[in-house]
Design a protein around this ligand. Structure first.
Ligand code: AMP
Ligand code: MG
Length: 518
C-alpha cells in the first residue's frame, strides 16, 4: 500500500506521445499533439467528503493523509506526475463538433499495479485547461456527487464503468445557470478523482483522423492495443481490435438495458474505447418503463439519447470510430462488414440478457417472440421496471386469472390500468407461466438466476437529489446510506429504498429533469 502523494506515478501515455509542453491555459486548438501539459489550479479548502475503500484497496492506495487530500483537491502535485489534459474531438447530438478535449479533467498520471498494469487517475473539476473553451474547468457538488455515487453503483451492479476514488469539496463557489434559463447561481464546487485503466474515447481517434495525422492515429491504435488489448497480435490486429471494441460496446449497452440505465449524452467523446460507462452527466435509472425516456433536457427536442435508442446510437457512434480508423486500412471491406455485424452481435447478447431477467433457461423456439411481447407489455403499461421484475421473481405459479394477476402487479404501477391493459398483462403473464413450465431447470434455479440479473436497489434520481440537498446543508446521513445500499444492489437489506418514485419527484428539476450544466 502506498500513499497517493508518494512518488509512485508512471507516465506511459505522456512519454509515448507528443504533447504541448507550454503549460499555457490559453484556450486554443492544439494540432500535432495528443495532449497538453496542464497543472491543476489550487482550491481554497479541500475537504474529503468520500473515499472508496474497496477501490483504494484494489489499487494498493493507502487511506489519504493531509498531503493526499491536498492532491485530491488539486493543491499538490508530486514530481512523478506529469499532469495533462487529453485532446479529443467528437460528434455531439449527431453533429461534428471538432476539437473538444478535457476541458475540466486533468489526468495526474498512471498508478502502477502489482500486476504490471496501471490505472489512469484523473481529477474532474480541477480547473481550466487549454480545452476549457469558454467554461471554467470546475464542477459543482451536485454533479460530482452524482458521478461519484453512480459510477460506484454501476460497478457494484456489474456494469462496465470507470470508477471514482474520492469526492472532495473545494471550499470555492462555482457559478452555474442550471437550466440555461438566465438564472445563474453560486453553488459549492467539488472534485472527483476518477479511475480507469484508460479514459481514451472514440473522440481521441476521431481528432487525429480529422486532422489527417495518420502516423499519430496508427501510433495511438497500436498503443491502445498493446496496453489494453494485449492478446491481439498479427497483421489484422486493427480489425480484430475494432471487432472487440464493438463487442464491448454492445455488452455495455445490453448491461445498461438490464439495469434500466439511461446515459443521457452518448456523444462520441463520451464513448470509452474500453467499453466502459464514462462521463456521468444527465443520466438516470428508469423508474417507469418508458423506452422514450431521457432525463436530459438538452436532448428534449429529438430524444436522440432516450433509453430505448441507446443501442442504435452505439452503432452510430461505432460508425464514427470506424470512419476515424478507416485510413489505417488499405481495403475497408472487412471493417465495414464488422460494423454491419453490430445488430446480430447486439441482439444475441440482448436476448440472453432478457432471458436472464425473466428466468428462461435458454432462448429457443418462440422465446424471442415472448421476450418481444414482454417488452411491448412493459412499454405499454410503464410499470416501475425494478419493482416489476422483483415481483416477477416471486410470481406464484397458480396465478392465472386477470383480476389476481392485476392485483399482484399493482405495487409496480404508477397508473391505473385500462381494461385492455389488464387483458394484455394477463395474457402475457399466462404465456410466460406456460413457457416457464418448460424450463428444464428448477423453479429455485430460475429464481436465483433472476435475482442475480434483477437489481432490487437502484440509485434513483430522486434519491440522489435528496442526498445532494442534504449534503449542500452539510448533512451526509442519506449519502452514507445510499453509499452502503449501492454496494449491495441485489439484496433485500436496503428495502428502505424499495418503492415507487414519489409523486413530488415527477416534475422536480434536478431529479426528473437534468441538463448538461454541471
Ligand atoms: P460533457 O458533455 O460533460 O461530456 O462535456 C463536453 C465537453 O465540454 C468536454 O470537452 C468537456 O471537457 C467540456 N466541459 C464541460 N463542462 C466544462 C466546464 N465546466 N469547464 C470546462 N470544460 C467543460
Ligand atoms: Mg464528456
Amino acid at each position: 500500500m502506498q500513499n497517493l502523494s508518494s512518488n509512485t506515478f508512471v507516465n506511459n501515455f505522456t512519454e509515448s506521445f507528443e504533447g504541448d509542453q507550454s503549460g499555457s491555459l490559453q484556450p486554443r486548438q492544439t494540432p500535432g499533439v495528443l495532449y497538453s501539459k496542464v497543472m491543476p489550479s489550487p482550491v481554497r479548502a479541500p475537504q474529503l467528503l468520500a473515499w472508496t475503500e474497496d477501490l483504494a484497496a484494489a489499487l494498493g492506495i493507502s487511506i489519504p493523509n493531509e498531503k493526499d487530500i491536498a492532491l485530491l483537491g488539486g493543491n499538490f502535485v508530486n514530481p512523478t506526475m506529469q499532469p495533462y489534459a487529453a485532446c479529443y474531438a467528437g460528434h455531439q447530438f449527431g453533429n461534428w463538433a471538432g476539437q473538444l478535449g478535457d476541458g475540466r479533467a486533468i489526468t495526474l498520471g498512471e498508478w502502477p499495479l502489482s500486476s504490471g498494469n496501471s490505472w489512469e487517475l484523473q481529477l474532474k473539476g480541477a480547473g481550466m485547461t487549454p480545452y476549457s473553451r469558454r467554461a471554467d474547468g470546475r464542477a459543482v457538488l451536485r454533479s460530482s456527487v452524482r458521478e461519484y455515487l453512480m459510477s460506484e453503483a454501476m460497478h457494484h451492479l456489474g456494469v462496465p464503468t470507470t470508477r471514482a476514488l474520492s469526492l472532495v469539496a473545494t471550499g470555492d463557489q462555482v457559478r452555474r445557470d442550471m437550466f440555461y434559463d438566465g438564472r445563474p447561481a453560486n453553488e459549492p464546487g467539488a472534485i472527483v478523482m476518477r479511475a480507469a485503466p484508460s479514459f481514451l474515447r472514440f473522440g481521441n481517434f476521431e481528432m487525429l483522423a480529422a486532422r489527417k495525422e495518420y502516423d499519430h492515429l496508427r501510433q495511438l491504435a497500436d498503443w491502445t492495443i498493446e496496453h489494453f488489448y494485449p492478446h491481439i497480435k498479427g497483421e489484422d490486429k486493427i480489425l480484430t481490435w475494432f471487432k472487440e471494441v464493438l463487442e464491448k460496446t454492445a455488452t455495455m449497452v445490453v448491461e445498461w438495458l438490464r439495469v434500466g440505465f439511461v446515459h443521457g449524452v452518448m456523444n462520441t467523446d463520451n464513448m470509452s474505447i474500453l467499453g466502459l460507462t464514462i462521463d456521468y452527466g444527465p443520466f438516470s435509472f428508469l423508474d417507469a418503463y418508458d423506452p422514450n425516456f431521457s432525463p436530459n433536457t438538452t436532448d428534449h427536442p429529438g430524444l436522440r439519447y432516450a433509453f430505448g435508442k441507446q443501442h442504435s446510437i452505439a452503432y452510430w457512434n461505432l460508425g464514427c470510430l470506424a470512419n476515424a480508423i478507416a485510413p489505417l486500412f488499405e481495403d475497408t471491406t472487412e471493417l465495414v462488414k464488422t460494423l454491419e455485424n453490430f445488430a446480430p452481435v447486439f441482439y444475441e447478447k440482448y436476448y440472453a440478457m432478457k432471458a436472464g431477467k425473466m428466468g428462461l433457461d435458454e432462448v429457443k423456439g418462440y422465446d424471442i417472440e415472448l421476450i418481444d411481447q414482454f417488452e411491448n407489455l412493459l412499454a405499454t403499461l410503464q410499470p416501475d421496471m425494478t419493482i416489476f421484475y422483483q415481483l416477477l421473481i416471486e410470481l406464484p405459479e397458480d396465478l392465472r386469472d386477470e383480476q389476481a394477476i392485476t392485483a399482484y402487479f399493482m405495487p409496480a404501477l404508477y397508473d391505473q390500468l385500462s381494461s385492455s391493459e389488464r387483458e394484455l398483462l394477463s395474457k402475457n403473464i399466462k404465456d410466460y407461466q406456460t413457457r416457464m413450465a418448460l424450463n428444464k431447470t428448477s423453479k429455485a434455479a430460475a429464481q436465483s438466476q433472476m435475482r442475480t440479473n434483477n437489481p432490487r436497489f437502484i440509485l434513483r434520481n430522486f434519491l440522489l437529489y435528496q442526498a445532494i440537498q442534504e449534503l449542500e446543508k452539510g448533512e451526509d446521513a442519506l449519502f452514507k446510506r445510499l453509499q452502503a445500499a449501492l454496494q449491495d444492489p441485489y439484496s433485500r437489506d436496503h428495502d428502505e429504498f424499495f418503492g415507487l418514485r414519489p409523486a413530488w419527484a415527477n416534475e422536480q428539476p434536478g431529479s426528473a429533469t437534468l441538463s448538461c450544466s454541471s
